[in-house]
Write a protein that binds this ligand. Structure first.
Ligand SMILES: NC(=O)c1ccc[n+]([C@@H]2O[C@H](COP(=O)([O-])OP(=O)(O)OC[C@H]3O[C@@H](n4cnc5c(N)ncnc54)[C@H](O)[C@@H]3O)[C@@H](O)[C@H]2O)c1
Length: 424
């Protein structure tokens, strides 16, 4: 595939948006990107960047040489030049020649990579969750504010037209006063082999674990499957549910909840995973309570069309919204349901917005502070579950109040030689 140069890219953007910055119009070369984490979603992001155009991936980094080589092959086939390879992200930041980086490693690595990339003056597309723990997220948000670089966090559901339209409808009073919201993603988890074994020869498992505890390797906590491991992905709500919690916060125009409680546990996948396969969490936002539910096993739901989505309940009606559809349920026995089905290229548009922002220097929609709030919100639910207590959050002080043991869980000690970036 030919690389679109900046002028061609901007031409497309102007056609789409009718907007062009004078400074960017003069600049004719492709934007140089680096990719850290060449797994499943790293390449989804790279392909989204290619689709947007005007980019060249100049460097890739992974601690699994097989993933890195495979990505380099695919990138070379698309752009005609091979990116530089490095097993250590610091080498990519020092020598890769990138102007912006995509961070798509598992979450335990995000904080260090993000803060180091900012220190090198780079713009960043960072995947969700923003961080592994809440204090990392706080340090990242502070560093981003200070650095003033362009940052987009990977909550691409903000580009769902269904979610955008539902949000507008709710915010214009379409369902009256908002009283409650329910959010859920139920799915049947397919687990991998849980037998402890040697990691693949191409994978540096010690480096993969990084600042997180180094657990004995098995496929169920390795590539892609780490999501349901407490020390890495921290479970379904933190990994996937966080998208809908972010969207709900956005629909409600909310910050963080004032308190959180949670109940659930591992009822089906005992001794196989370390995060809940049954969970209910209640987030008390100023607007209304938001209840999250998930179940990771069993038959299809009684109403499968709402297994993945958000209900917002108002005193005059209800809205149900999912990625490509939103429904208004009127009040009263014979009220009609208004169904709108509308598809979006969420990831494509989210990346395109980032690339445009790098050129125009106008911050895109999902800032580090936003990513931090959504990440901290779901993390508080996991702290509530683990402590078995209702957690009260003071947004001004960014702290759990009245529960010193729970507050301590906002920061996980780093494995040596790594140093936690939160300093106080
Ligand atoms: N926005 C979305 O919809 C979405 C979807 C899927 C994944 N994600 C996010 O993307 C990130 C990656 O997820 P994934 O599904 O691609 O996981 P994955 O396991 O498929 O890929 C992660 C890659 O990072 C590499 N890696 C680990 N430590 C590294 C290090 N220190 N340096 C360089 N590379 C390292 C791994 O070897 C692997 O190749 C996660 O944060 C995940 O939550 C987002």
């Amino acid at each position: 595939m030919a690389i679109l140069n900046r002028r061609e890219f901007i031409g497309g953007a102007v056609a789409a948006t009718g907007f062009m910055s004078v400074a960017s119009a003069a600049d004719d070369r492709p934007l140089r990107l680096g990719l850290i984490g060449c797994g499943n979603y790293g390449m989804v992001n790279v392909n989204a960047a290619f689709k947007a155009g005007g980019v060249q991936v100049v460097a890739v980094c992974d601690v699994d040489s097989a993933h890195m080589n495979d990505s380099a092959d695919k990138i070379e086939a698309k752009q005609g030049s091979r990116p530089k390879l490095s097993a250590d992200y610091r080498t990519l930041l020092e020598q890769g020649g990138a102007e912006a980086v995509i961070i798509a490693t598992p979450p335990q690595w995000h904080a260090l990579m993000f803060i180091d990339a900012l220190a090198k003056g780079l713009d960043i597309y960072c995947e969700k969750p923003l961080s592994y723990d809440v204090r990392e997220g706080q340090a990242m948000a502070a560093a981003a504010e200070k650095a003033g670089r362009i940052v987009q966090i990977g909550f691409q559901r903000r580009k769902s037209k269904a979610i955008q339209q539902a949000r507008e409808f709710v915010r214009e009073g379409g369902i009256g006063k908002i009283v409650q919201a329910d959010v859920q993603i139920h799915y049947t988890a397919g687990l991998r082999d849980t037998t402890v074994k040697s990691p693949p020869a191409t994978l540096d498992w010690n480096a993969w674990c990084g600042p997180a505890p180094k657990l004995p390797y098995c496929e169920q906590i390795g590539h892609f499957a780490w999501r349901l491991e407490k020390e890495y992905g921290h479970g379904h709500l933190v990994d996937w549910g966080i998208h809908l919690i972010d969207a709900t916060r956005w629909i409600l125009d909310e910050g963080m909840p004032q308190s959180v409680q949670a109940a659930g546990g591992i009822y089906y996948f005992k001794d196989k995973i370390t995060t809940p396969d049954v969970l209910t969490a209640q987030f008390d936002f100023a607007t209304c309570p938001v209840v999250w539910r998930h179940r990771l096993w069993g038959a299809e739901e009684y109403t499968p069309e709402v297994s993945n989505g958000i209900f917002v309940y108002g005193d005059k009606g209800t809205v149900f919204v999912t990625d490509n559809k939103w429904v208004v349920i009127g009040k009263g026995r014979n009220a009609e349901r208004k169904v709108t089905e509308i598809r979006s290229d969420m990831g494509g548009e989210h990346m395109q917005e980032f690339l445009e922002a790098v050129r125009t220097r106008k911050q895109p929609i999902c800032t580090t502070a936003d990513g931090h709030k959504s990440t901290a919100t779901v993390k508080l639910a996991m702290i509530a579950l683990e402590t078995g207590r209702k957690i009260a959050w003071d947004a001004d002080r960014q702290d759990i109040v009245g529960d010193a043991a729970a507050a301590k869980m906002l920061k996980r000690p780093y494995r040596a030689p790594y140093k936690h970036p939160f300093r106080s």
